[in-house]
Design a protein around this ligand. Structure first.
Ligand SMILES: NC(=O)c1ccc[n+]([C@@H]2O[C@H](COP(=O)([O-])OP(=O)(O)OC[C@H]3O[C@@H](n4cnc5c(N)ncnc54)[C@H](OP(=O)(O)O)[C@@H]3O)[C@@H](O)[C@H]2O)c1
Length: 290
């Protein structure tokens, strides 16, 4: 694959949500010819001034693109969009699938790409809105040497760290599930510790102060814990997104004891049902309140 791709690849970005929009800006800002498309036209509005070209439909976005990125909410969204994209893609193009869709769907998408003669790179990312805007995501990658080399200028525009999980899909999606289980755990964990402190009559900020610089500290716990204390729940990563990923991890590990995943499913589910579905994952804090 990639034999017709010379120099800097042209890129189509399908999906301009929190992550896709930021990634498209990084890619076009890096000088790669970029075309964007989003299901609801409103989200493409901020691209009207360029440098990315806004396409009216999926087929128009992917026509001629060397690399086609999908950054959509879930497997159903990718399924719907790619049904239009695959037939319209150039045969030398590479599909860089960045959405978090789990292992079963990733396997299906890789097979659909192979059947259409299109190369597939499994490429979920770690990091939320701010790292996406700064181009400092971590790219989890599974694909052939050749395809990974071909997408490298795109990856370099969005990520400062790469972890190669394997030579083929769905290895990177497997790693992504393990990582988001950790994100769900640490975010619920700091919410629990802040709540315990408050229940025991302490100023909850003492938890973050005691944690700071300790072996058990993490920038993420400080970030999300700080947001919880300030009630700053503007979405960097929506509760419904992480809930989707906890459930994907459960589906992918049926034989593993799932006590912790089940508790996380319940906690993020309660936050979503309690009105925080589209708030930031820090709003899991609400599930610990009366
Ligand atoms: N936010 C994060 O921190 C983060 C980090 C790493 C990975 N991820 C993963 O990256 C992906 C995108 O996340 P995000 O935060 O950018 O999500 P988001 O802000 O909710 O955006 C979702 C995107 O999917 C589109 N979409 C949803 N259903 C669709 C359908 N049936 N057909 C076509 N388009 C559809 C939406 O289009 P409309 O505008 O028309 O609704 C929008 O462009 C998800 O898989 C998420 O789990 C997120």
């Amino acid at each position: 694959m990639g034999e017709q791709m010379s120099g800097t690849p042209s890129v189509a970005v399908l999906g301009l949500g929190t992550m896709g929009a930021a990634m498209a800006r990084r890619i076009s800002g890096a000088g790669l010819a970029t075309t964007v498309w989003n299901r609801s036209a409103g989200r493409a509005g901020s691209f009207a001034e360029g440098p990315a070209r806004v396409a009216a439909d999926v087929a128009g976005a992917v026509a001629g693109a060397d690399v086609v990125i999908t950054m959509l909410f879930d497997a159903a969204a990718v399924e719907a969009v790619i049904a239009e994209a695959l037939p319209a893609m150039a045969r030398h193009a590479i599909w860089l699938q960045c959405s978090t869709v789990g292992m079963e769907a990733t396997g299906r998408f890789a097979a659909a790409a192979a059947a259409a003669g299109i190369a597939f790179v499994d490429a979920p990312v770690l990091g939320t809105k701010a790292p996406a805007e700064a181009g400092t995501l971590t790219a989890l990658l599974a694909g052939s040497d050749e395809d990974l080399a071909a997408v490298e200028p795109v990856i370099a525009a969005i990520a400062t760290k790469k972890v190669r999980a394997g030579d083929a899909a769905p290895a990177a999606s497997a790693l992504k599930l393990a990582m988001n289980a950790w994100i769900a755990t640490i975010t619920a964990g700091i919410a629990q510790s802040l709540t315990i402190a408050a229940r025991l009559g302490l100023e909850p900020a003492l938890v973050l102060e005691a944690l700071h610089g300790a072996a058990a500290d993490s920038p993420y716990a400080q970030l999300k814990g700080g947001a919880m204390l300030q009630g700053g729940f503007e979405a960097q990563f929506e509760v419904v997104g992480l809930l989707k990923d906890v459930r994907l991890a459960r589906e992918a590990t049926p034989g593993m004891p799932q006590h912790l995943l089940a508790a996380l499913d319940e906690l993020y589910g309660a936050a979503a049902d309690g009105g925080a579905a589209h708030a930031d994952i820090a709003a899991v804090w609400q599930a610990f309140q009366d």
